[in-house]
Design a protein around this ligand. Sequence first.
Ligand code: BTN
Length: 325
Amino acid sequence: MKAGTAILEAFYQAAGQFVRVDDLGRRLKLPATAVNAEIAELEKIGYTIESHPHFGYRLLGTPDRLTADDVKAQLKSPLIGSEILVFEETASTNEVIEHLAKSGAREGLVVFAESQTRGRGRRGRAWASPRGKGLWFSVLLRPTLPTSAASRITVAASVAVARAIRQNCGVDARIKWPNDVMVNGKKLAGILTELRAEADEILLAILGIGIDVNCSREDFPGELGDIATSLELETGNAQDRVALAAQVLTTFDECYQAALTNFETVVDEWAKLCTTLGRQIVVTMGQNRIEGYAQALDSDGALLLRRDSGQIERILGGDVVVERT
Ligand code: BTN
């Protein structure tokens, strides 16, 4: 574990109390002088740390800045986030992961960017990623799954994002099929899963997640203001992006493992959080539209839509344009 991660982990465990320099030294396997130098590094990037001649150090404040050390210090997941990279700016974190995957990067790698210049949304749309206002990140996955079951990954991710937001920020986050996370009827987060497959097997999946955390009204100009929102707008308070990032990754780790081995449990939670199920809906896929009753998710994560004729359609992607009760 890196020194910065270990120090921040000790501070979070101490929950606002002092941590002695010799304790930190033992954790880091470093002498006191080196501990002091590491503390100075943290102060340089914006951490407020109080020093006491006898009691040691305690953490008083954290910067609104994503760092791999800080996310890792708060992470409780064995796989997801085993390696974390943070870029100040990139075209798209999905592209970065794709590039790193080609050179053999391992499953669980997470790439964050403070801003993206070519953020990608579903169905070829652009995804706005204003600097320092959200969580824009991608996860490299190498699941042993047939391509037909790829939707399980997106379902697991939408459950993880909704659950983490509910727990961390206390808002009533809901899922709109296929994978939008909504609060009070407005979109708060989106998920874009891109696959590389051979024959019928997934070689790798790139899970891209965008969460509008501290975006202001100006970040949603025009009609966007009617359909999109942020956690800060919904709660009235700026949210701790690092804590939320760690919570989403920790929760996704759990949901991903369940999606591979025990998908029914994920579907059960998804169904409880989903606003689309049990409604008469219209799904559009490009020029095509199909209307029916949203009945259930199947074991691959596809939506089962019951037509008026009674016929069941299996839908793997699209946009819900109308949700009626
Ligand atoms: C959607 O259209 O709802 C999906 C949006 C996904 C956006 C995220 S932000 C991080 C990752 N990088 C991208 O370019 N897109 C995804």
